[in-house]
Design a protein around this ligand. Structure first.
Ligand code: 0RA
Length: 638
């Protein structure tokens, strides 16, 4: 049947004139896929799965589905199964075809036709299953509904079969199996880890919902179900920290909006506040987040005054009360307004008041009932305020000193002559000797060089006042020009490319991680705005007679050795210092042939965990992380 039917004859059978607009709608998706799913790279590819799952989660939120299961099949396709009501299969009242086919072929039909149904997902992903269908080489759907199992198959969005009853069945639910179109995507290989991380997040955000993922290619499997919901999420985020108290959780339904809040302080310094609206990570924040922050700041200040914990005229600032705070704010909103550059900022103003009043009232009650808790939390915020004041003094001092020293820029910085940040680059280089080569090799027109002495302070274990006393860090912050922490201002960034260049050995990797920790914890917008890069120096030079080749991986080396023949001599570069200035320019700094790795934050929760594990106090999780990831290390040079 399906496979043998040509597109043309299939079309003739399945369509009448009224369906032509529907088809051209999906054509638009195939012509400009990025407009619908963001990109045709890995992110867009995984987006397909999220789109399907969102519909299953809607069923769960509406109270009809308890379990969602995702399988990456051996052939590379993905199957999503839910036990919801099943997509309706009867004839659609106006479209004159089965409702299933409307959902599968009509753009933005999303799922529910009925506006009153509680569709809270969407926003970022709300492009509809039809987009997944349009971008799949093949898609099959099974619907269990009204005692029958129904089946339909599509190819690139076009029906290959009519909706067919294939047997009687006692359960309800939907199964969708799709195989992404390699004509559309750069790669069609799904990542178990990427999907699993999102599914775990969805399980946290939708308490009680059972979600599992199986990878048939490797037999990996994860099962998620959290009766504690986001409270368990907070426990998970804090699992490698010393916590000050049990997780605090508030929940409230108001005017059709559901607000859930869970938080817990640890004895560390980082702030980890994650906000979600309709299961979407609102990385740009929004009114639910500002309501939460406002309420915490107010209640802690009020109690600090009542308990006489603050000197007169001193106030706790927002960042003081969020030191060591791990929080998850999750709202489910009937008509979410997503705004901002990446459509991840919640624009519903009413959520500010709702969240503010829930947190304000409940936290006040909790502190009244439990003064020790209030005292523990507020004492920490007071220490943070004192440290902030000390840091401000240290910064002022550093500023004054650097002005006196050398007309404001650090002496170690070899600046570029361009004053245009958009074309300027700064190389942060490990060690003075590599710094020297880089200074001689660079194009001084637009490339600045800042050599660092070696290992900078681990900021994961230090407060801002201590951070500001570190000479290397102050030098770096001054060179970048954009300040740090609450004084950070991206407008003042002096170089739009900040390139970390360290040796390809263990020390180099350590220095790189320390620098990334500093940037992640104190200058995060530099990462969010894609200003941070890692230079890729070559690992080997393969030479035969007068020809030589620089190679960057083991595989490239093997190829080059084959190419250049038996007489080649392989030179292993251990450090940047082994290259002369000209070589460093040719291989690593010349924009025409260098490779730079752009640092992006794909998953805020995962990134935070990794920094905590790698740089934090707890040793055991770090040992385990290194053990688990040892097989990913391709080049270890101790
Ligand atoms: C349209 C209407 C209804 C449910 C769905 C679509 C639906 C879509 C998907 C996609 C994956 N799983 C799904 N489950 C349900 C409401 C059905 C009703 O009113 O009975």
């Amino acid at each position: 049947m399906a496979d043998g039917t040509s597109g043309e004859s299939g079309k003739k059978n399945a369509y009448d004139a009224s369906n032509i607009t529907v088809l051209s709608g999906l054509d638009a998706v195939r012509k400009r896929p990025s407009m619908y799913i963001g990109s045709t790279g890995p992110r867009g590819l995984h987006h397909l799965v999220y789109e399907v799952i969102d519909n299953s989660i809607d069923e769960a939120l509406a109270g009809f589905c308890t379990e969602v299961s995702v399988t990456i099949n051996k052939d590379g396709s993905v199957t999503v199964i839910d036990n919801g009501r099943g997509i309706p299969v009867g004839e659609h009242p106006t479209m004159k075809m089965s409702a299933l086919q409307v959902v599968m072929t009509k753009l933005h039909a999303g799922g529910k036709f009925d506006k009153d149904s509680y569709r809270v997902s969407g926003g970022l992903h709300g492009v509809g299953i039809s987009c997944v269908n349009a971008l799949s080489k093949e898609l099959e759907v099974w619907v269990n509904r009204d005692g029958m199992q129904h089946y339909q198959k599509y190819a690139r969005g076009e029906p290959m079969t009519p909706v067919t009853q294939i047997g009687a069945i006692g359960t309800s639910g939907t199964t969708i199996r799709f195989y992404p179109d390699s004509d559309i995507f750069d790669s069609i290989e799904f990542s178990f880890d990427v999907l699993s991380a999102r599914l775990r997040e969805l399980a946290f955000l939708n308490k009680g919902l059972k979600i599992n993922i199986v990878d048939e290619r490797t037999d990996k499997r994860h099962d998620f179900q959290y009766e504690g919901g986001i409270a368990t999420f907070v426990e998970h985020l804090n699992k490698n920290q010393n916590v000050l108290h049990e997780v605090i959780r508030f929940e409230k339904e108001k005017e059709g909006n559901i607000v859930e809040i869970a938080f817990q302080y640890n004895d560390g310094y980082a702030e980890k506040v994650f906000s979600f609206a309709n299961n979407i990570n609102t990385i740009e924040g929004g009114f639910h987040l500002s309501g939460f922050k406002g309420a915490i700041t107010k209640v802690l200040n009020d109690f600090a005054g009542k308990l006489n914990l603050l000197d007169k005229d001193v106030k706790l600032a927002g960042e003081d009360v969020r030191e060591g705070l791990v929080a998850v704010i999750s709202v489910k909103v009937q008509n979410p307004q997503f705004e901002g550059q990446t459509k991840t900022k919640l624009g519903n103003y009413e959520l500010k008041g709702i969240v503010e009043s829930v947190v304000g009232e409940r936290l006040k009650n909790l502190f009244n009932e439990n003064p020790k808790l209030a005292r523990d939390v507020i004492s920490k915020s007071v220490m943070a305020a004192k440290a902030r004041e000390a840091a401000r003094k240290a910064r002022d001092l550093a500023r004054r000193k650097s002005v006196l020293d050398s007309g404001s820029l650090p002496g170690k910085l070899a600046d570029c002559s361009s004053k245009d940040p958009s074309v300027s680059e700064i190389y942060i280089v490990e060690g003075d000797s590599a710094g020297g080569s880089a200074k001689q090799g660079r194009n001084r027109e637009f490339q600045a060089i800042l050599p660092l002495k070696g290992k900078i302070l681990n900021v994961e274990k230090a407060r801002l006042d201590k951070v500001m006393k570190s000479e290397e860090i102050v030098t770096l912050v001054t060179a970048l020009g954009c300040g740090i922490a609450d004084e950070f201002n991206i407008e003042k960034l002096r170089y739009h490319k900040v390139i970390i260049m360290t040796d390809a050995d263990v020390d180099g990797a350590h220095i790189r991680t320390l620098l990334l920790t500093l940037l992640y914890r104190y200058m995060k917008p530099l990462i969010e705005n894609h200003h941070i890069y890692i230079a890729q120096p070559p690992l080997f030079r393969v030479k035969a007679g007068k020809t030589s080749k620089y190679v960057y991986t083991e595989e490239e080396k093997d190829l080059a050795v084959k190419e250049l023949g038996d007489k080649s001599y392989v030179q292993r570069y251990k450090g940047l210092g082994e290259m002369n200035p000209e070589q460093l320019w040719d291989t690593t700094m010349n924009p025409d042939n260098r490779t730079l790795l752009l640092i992006k934050e794909e998953d805020a929760v995962e990134a935070d965990q990794i920094f905590t594990i790698l740089m934090g106090d707890a040793v055991e999780p770090r040992r385990k992380f290194i053990e688990d990831n040892a097989n990913l290390v391709t080049n270890l040079d101790v």
